[in-house]
Design a protein around this ligand. Structure first.
Ligand SMILES: C[S@@+](CC[C@H](N)C(=O)[O-])C[C@H]1O[C@@H](n2cnc3c(N)ncnc32)[C@H](O)[C@@H]1O
Length: 286
């Protein structure tokens, strides 16, 4: 039934699909009991300078080297469901800038984002906090040697294997779990949490409060697939409504939380494209 529904949805034009998707998620979200959320660990919007976040600061050459190194193990073009080339660069810049000791990523898939976070962590210079500095969580075993899920995305090696080739395997811990289970049971705190699973609003709504408690004070919580006001980023574009609807409900409850979109990026979201708009957004305290 699920497969048939998905096939029918694929035939719908994007604006119709957006309306259907949103309506379904609003209904599912309305069934979740109200959650409390403590935003005290988040930075305020005015503490973040979007211009400074991606300032060059002489690291463009280092980025070019990183991109070439990653390109030797990972076919670099945009891939279905993985973060685009613009987001990969943005993640690398953010980790270089913030120098977090512990990062949590939710949504590993083929590891496009994982590789870039790990490569940036390698240069952060915190050598005293082994064994893992990036925990990456996915519902599925992304390194399963039997199913080899990376093949479906035209990637030639598992995330684990690519990290080993880039000499970063010791920095990353893979966890197979739902974000909600992981966050509810985790012991560590993180100074950077990156959520990239485009899950539905009912999941994101329960996940944000848990992620907020997993943050160190002043830590950063970055969402992908955040569509401000639930609108497409381009005319006729598709919207993943989950993060926006979840934040909207928390705000309506009086939680002082807002999404701060990071777009447009200083670079395109795809090699050769003129599009710089990204769906990355930081969650900030109001
Ligand atoms: C958009 S992809 C992530 C792409 C990845 N960051 C990359 O760049 O290759 C979303 C991933 O999130 C996983 N996922 C979806 N819902 C999840 C949840 N509630 N908890 C953990 N993982 C989830 C999916 O299995 C999928 O692999």
């Amino acid at each position: 039934m699920k497969v048939i529904k998905r096939m029918v949805r694929r035939l719908l034009p994007a604006p119709v699909d957006n309306v259907v998707r949103r309506a379904l998620q609003v209904r599912r979200l309305s069934r979740v009991p109200a959650q409390a959320a403590d935003v005290s660990r988040l930075p305020k919007a005015e503490e973040i300078s979007l211009l400074e976040l991606f300032e060059d600061d002489g690291i463009a050459d280092e980025w070019d080297r990183t991109r070439r190194q990653v390109g030797e193990v990972f076919e670099y073009e945009n891939k279905w469901q993985a973060v685009d080339t613009g987001v990969r660069r943005a993640l690398w810049y953010l980790v270089r800038r913030w120098k977090p000791r512990r990062v949590l990523e939710i949504g590993t898939l083929v590891g496009a984002s994982t590789l870039h976070i790990a490569m940036a962590l390698k240069t952060c210079g915190h050598v005293d906090t082994p064994p893992s500095r990036l925990v990456t969580v996915d519902l599925n075993d992304v390194n399963d040697p039997v199913r080899r899920p990376w093949k479906r995305h035209r990637v030639s090696a598992s995330p684990q294997e690519m990290l080993a080739r880039l000499d970063c395997a010791n920095l990353v811990e893979f966890v197979v779990a739902s974000s909600l289970d992981y966050l509810a049971g985790r012991e560590a705190e993180f100074d950077f949490v990156f959520v990239d699973h485009a899950a539905s609003a009912d999941v994101v709504y329960r996940e944000i409060p848990l992620a907020l408690t997993a943050l160190c004070p002043g830590g950063h919580l970055l969402m992908h697939a955040y569509y401000p006001d639930g609108k497409p980023l381009h005319p006729g574009g598709v919207v993943a409504p989950g993060p926006h609807l979840a934040v909207r409900r928390l705000r309506r409850q009086g939680v002082g939380l807002a999404g701060l979109p990071l777009g447009p990026l200083p670079w395109p979201t795809e090699i050769g494209s003129s599009n710089h708009i990204t769906s990355l957004a930081l969650l900030v305290r109001e």
